[in-house]
Design a protein around this ligand. Structure first.
Ligand SMILES: C[S@@+](CC[C@H](N)C(=O)[O-])C[C@H]1O[C@@H](n2cnc3c(N)ncnc32)[C@H](O)[C@@H]1O
Length: 239
């Protein structure tokens, strides 16, 4: 069921998980947070609005950064966030480490999970935190239609157990782990369905519209939800 009709998240986890990460990490006004792949800025706006911390938010897509900056002004948190359009793979924050890194919405799979953990480890203060959400496979017998719509050949998704191993091997301990409930997926696809009405920007493109319609169809009608899940994890850097 759709529980949030106003959200601008472009991933299934949503506001409760962003705020949970802030609470786990004990974020406060003197804390610094990095949001990698901030998208439309919903996550970083929620984080700064709730905890009044300072944040840096990066996205490779200029249209997304423009949108996010406007959202921050609307939410009265623009003075707390530095937005930058950049490729996170070209950036280095090891000289100014953060208390918490947000990596919501599959960005770790886009960047390469193992390498991304290594980078993020060097961008965190001692005992710093990462919150991430990412697609995983729930079964080893996933129909080809489902694998194909989520572009498995490119991202080679983890299972929950392989993700747990990856996190431990990368030098982090898991403090919180769960799968996004059905309402998270419903909120996400409801947002996507609204955006498919756009006449300009990314979602105005006919191929994008077609791809999302197909994804929604496969997730619900073909019961893709039985084979893929969205993992939310809050992890802490080991000494
Ligand atoms: C699925 S969206 C998630 C957006 C947001 N975190 C959310 O959960 O609503 C992934 C975002 O990562 C951005 N992205 C992908 N590769 C990137 C890179 N190399 N550097 C920075 N941003 C990147 C995309 O432009 C997109 O906005």
């Amino acid at each position: 069921m759709v529980t949030d009709t106003k959200t601008y998240y472009t991933s299934p986890a949503g506001k409760e998980f962003t705020l949970t990460a802030g609470r786990f990490a004990g974020i406060h006004p003197a804390s610094t947070v990095l949001d990698i792949g901030c998208g439309y800025g919903e996550g970083v706006c929620n984080m700064t609005q709730e905890f009044r911390c300072k944040a840096v938010a990066i996205d490779i897509n200029e249209e997304n950064v423009d949108f996010a900056q406007n959202l921050a002004v609307e939410r009265r948190v623009s003075h707390l966030i530095h937005f930058e359009q950049n490729d996170i793979l070209q950036m280095d924050f090891s000289e100014e480490p953060f208390d918490l890194i947000m990596a919501e919405g599959g960005i770790l799979s886009y960047l390469g999970r193992k390498d991304a953990f290594k980078r993020m480890r060097s961008w965190l203060v001692p005992r710093g935190w990462i919150e991430f959400s990412d697609l995983i496979l729930l079964s080893d017998k996933v129909p080809n239609e489902v694998l194909s719509i989520f572009d498995y050949d490119t991202y080679l998704y983890e299972s929950e157990s392989s993700y747990r191993r990856l996190i431990e091997d990368a030098g982090f301990t898991i403090q919180f782990i769960c799968l996004v409930p059905p309402s998270g997926w419903d909120n996400y696809y409801a947002h996507m369905a609204r955006r498919l009405e756009d006449n300009q920007g990314f979602f105005a493109n006919q191929e994008v519209k077609l791809a999302f319609h197909k994804e929604i169809d496969i997730f619900y009608r073909f019961e893709g939800f039985r084979f893929v899940g969205y993992l939310v994890c809050i992890v802490r850097k080991k000494d």
